[in-house]
Design a protein around this ligand. Structure first.
Ligand SMILES: C[S@@+](CC[C@H](N)C(=O)[O-])C[C@H]1O[C@@H](n2cnc3c(N)ncnc32)[C@H](O)[C@@H]1O
Length: 225
């Protein structure tokens, strides 16, 4: 990893009290209208194929707004797969200090940082919707790099509950709470929310999985939305 982009160094610098803003989407509030989507799509010069390979599905900001009503987090949050900042911007609105990074430069945050290669301590919480194909690795790495008592919140398909290797993951790291979304929230491929709505919305059910490092009790399931 480029030393200049060492998150620990940046963590203590007031200069990143708000994440670095690059490109046209940086200061944009989420509105979900066609204009914002047009700008969002225009913000990156990466091809459709590159984006798919890196599993880019932007999360409807409302998902994290609702999470913040359910859980309190550390003042400092790392959105470690930030995409175009849909979650980061909402977390900033909620009053958190957010450090944002992604493997791919999508015009927001500090890039490129391969989170799976990060090997230092992060003195805060972690919130993201990770690349689904590496979700287990993201959870393991997140739990490794945070301090005892800090939290990891991942927006994942409910289906993530099943599977043999995930069973082992949940045995090692039992989530403290799983918040099931009772109404569908959107994760739009390449941030095309309007296209997704026009196509009938989401066929996928999601939940927030929340871990607290050191927690060894039984997982609680709650419902929201
Ligand atoms: C499902 S998208 C979610 C984007 C954003 N978290 C959101 O919710 O809108 C996953 C993101 O993970 C990024 N990604 C994939 N592999 C990564 C890695 N090893 N380290 C950091 N980011 C990665 C992708 O580039 C993509 O932007």
């Amino acid at each position: 990893m480029n030393k200049e982009k060492n998150v620990d160094d940046l963590r203590v610098s007031p200069a990143i009290a708000k994440p670095p803003v690059v490109g046209s989407t940086g200061n944009q509030d989420w509105t979900g209208n066609k204009n914002s989507i047009y700008k969002t799509l225009g913000a990156s010069n990466h091809t459709e194929k590159e984006r798919e390979e890196n599993d880019y599905y932007a999360t409807e900001p409302k998902a994290v707004e609702l999470l913040c009503q359910l859980e309190k987090f550390n003042e400092w949050i790392w959105e470690n797969a930030c995409g175009e900042g849909h979650l980061s911007k909402e977390l900033i609105k909620q009053g958190y200090q957010v450090y944002s990074s992604d493997l791919i430069d999508r015009g927001y945050g500090m890039n490129p940082i391969d989170f799976l290669q990060y090997d230092k301590t992060w003195h805060g919480d972690i919130i993201t919707n990770p690349p689904y194909k590496f979700a287990k690795e993201f959870i393991e790495k997140s739990m490794e790099v945070i301090n005892e008592g800090n939290k990891v919140a991942m927006f994942l398909k409910i289906q993530f509950l099943e599977g043999k290797s995930r069973k082992q993951l949940f045995a090692k790291y039992p989530p403290k709470t799983i918040y099931v979304s009772s109404s569908r929230l959107l994760c739009a491929k390449n941030a095309d929310f309007e296209g997704m709505k026009a196509g009938g919305g989401s066929a996928v059910a999601y939940a927030w999985f929340v871990w607290q490092k050191g927690f060894t009790g039984k997982t609680t399931i709650e419902w929201f939305n």
